[in-house]
Design a protein around this ligand. Sequence first.
Ligand code: NDP
Length: 271
Amino acid sequence: MQILDGKVVAESINKENEERIKRKKTKPNIAILGIKGDEASNTYIKRIEKNCQKFGIGFNLFLAETEEQFKANFEKIKDDEKITGIMFQQPLPKELLELVDEIPPIKDIEGVSSYNMGRLFLGKERAIIPCTSKAVIEVLDYYNIDLTGKKVVVVGRSNIVGKPLIPQLLQKNATVTICHSKTKNLKEETRNADVVIMAIGKARFLKKEDIKDGAILIDVGINFEDGKIVGDIDFEDIKEKASMCTPVPGGIGTITNAVLIRNIIESSEKF
Ligand code: NDP
């Protein structure tokens, strides 16, 4: 089985990121807004901060104690011309999540607003695309995997992975099936797929009996098991049967970081 190495894909995106940012007179400057207290999201924020520093991107963190303070922070920065990109750090209460549609579309570096998602679904140019879904497309492109006429099964229908993958896979002429927790005969769907994209957050869920010979597998999942990070695919179990698979770690997550930096640069260029 061939390992689809996320590190080399990320390196090639980051090389371009470096060149683009060198040419810019004014560097991008982003703001992350969240609510204090979630340990996992703190780790994620620190990684973004480190990455921004590496590329000379301005980084501003607004962690609120209360929902009211979150709203006040958002009011303060959303139309600030010095801020070129805005990101909401989850988890957030539903009411605050609704504010995503008040982020000016060009500052929506995660591409999660209705405006950018709508443009993506309609196949319009200049949509900002959710980073993780785009990372899946990047790895397929890097390894020249042609999806024309292929049956692609995506397991997971979230707004940041499963849903934004629909238009991108259709654009590549795949026949797309989206599965979720209410899907009947899920394993039958994955067994008939040429390509399976797993994004459910259940450790080592997909086994060799759930795929067909030579299937191409993309693992978006990040799960913690006995202090180790594992994906939604049982990598050891499937490796004799699949033809290609992304690893976890070192797969989609690594590419997602590079795509976020590209989104940050691109949105600042749209200013
Ligand atoms: P969500 O919790 O938002 O969505 C999970 C999806 O999986 C839902 O659609 C849910 O179905 C479906 N699901 C859950 N259990 C099952 C099951 N047993 N069978 C079939 N479908 C199931 O998760 P995210 O999309 O945010 O994340 C998914 C995974 O990807 C997580 O492990 C997360 O950590 C990881 N992730 C990785 C990133 C990266 O950079 N690599 C970035 C973002 C996420 P339903 O809608 O019916 O509830």
